[in-house]
Design a protein around this ligand. Structure first.
Ligand code: DGL
Length: 287
């Protein structure tokens, strides 16, 4: 019989992102798994990951995840496309006993199922686009699909600034997405993957600019469903009433800035005093 101390089901879910974008995934996890405790770690001191090399992203992600693992988690959600692309394989190798979910595969599955025409566009960071990860993942599921990926790095800064529904964002979106959508309707995609966890904030602007008929894929709900299924399959769902749980927020840079932006992403006030500052790499690791 399992003793209370071996009961991993009471441990929190760890959620990692390069900054605040992964809060869109945290929000979906909270809705889907209201009884689960969670620890969110945003590497705000080293964001953005999008333009950085695969090696740097893998190394930063490894350090952040080691911190979450040391705190004790039962499931890791890599709530960052760029980190998923460059670090998921290494994380699975380094933590063989920890269930780990990335965001690319669920997004690719939703896009392959959600497109009628098979013409799919992906917007993501430079690193994600360069990796070709979405083309490969969608191609495995729906080989006849055509996938066009565009790097939209400026959108990350606009989302963090709170300008996702501003005229400036509309101009930037037109510049990035106009060539994809404002062309012969027989060549335009009918499905757009928001392949960066910051991008769901642009949903209203994208709908206004490019039409309500475009299917937008925000993988956060799919990831939350996958997390629920995985925990259930492993007997790791936490028993107890919804809402009786804690969410910890960890950031590698200023808690007040994190709290301000997090409040916007989550649509609720996060007090700066509850955000814990974490130093990465851990001080002992630098000796
Ligand atoms: N959260 C990252 C992603 O989903 C984007 C932000 C960054 O460039 O670090 O790819």
């Amino acid at each position: 019989m399992r003793s209370a101390s071996d009961d991993r089901s009471t441990l929190p879910i760890g959620v990692f992102d390069s900054g605040v974008g992964g809060l869109t995934v945290l929000a979906a996890l909270r809705r889907r798994l209201p009884q689960e405790a969670m620890i969110y770690l945003g590497d705000t001191a080293r964001v953005p990951y999008g333009p950085k090399s695969p090696e740097t992203v893998a190394s930063y992600t490894g350090e952040a995840v080691a911190h979450l693992v040391a705190l004790g988690i039962k499931l890791l959600v890599v709530a960052c496309n760029t980190a998923t692309v460059h670090a998921l394989a290494a994380l699975e190798r380094d933590h063989p006993d920890l269930p780990i979910l990335g965001v690319v595969e669920p997004g690719a599955m939703a896009a392959a199922a959600g497109s009628k025409s098979g013409r799919i566009a992906v917007i993501a960071t430079e690193g994600t686009v360069r990796s070709g990860a979405y083309e490969a993942a969608i191609g495995r599921i729906r080989p006849a699909a055509t996938v066009e990926a565009r790097a939209c790095g400026l959108l990350v800064a606009l989302a963090e600034e709170g300008w996702a529904e501003d005229a400036i964002a509309e101009g930037v979106l037109r510049r990035y997405l106009g060539p994809l959508f404002e062309r012969d309707p027989h060549r335009a995609p009918d499905c757009l993957v928001l392949g960066c966890t910051h991008f769901p904030l642009f949903t209203p602007a994208i709908r206004t600019l490019f039409g309500p008929w475009v299917t937008l894929i925000d993988s956060s709900a799919t990831v939350a469903d996958a997390a629920a299924d995985l925990l259930a399959a492993r007997g790791l769902l936490r028993a107890g009433a919804a809402g009786v749980r804690t969410i910890r927020y960890l950031a590698t840079d200023a808690p007040d800035r994190f709290a301000r932006i997090a409040s916007r992403f989550l649509g609720e006030w996060i007090a700066p005093t509850i955000v814990e500052r974490v130093l990465l790499p851990a001080p002992s690791a630098t000796l």
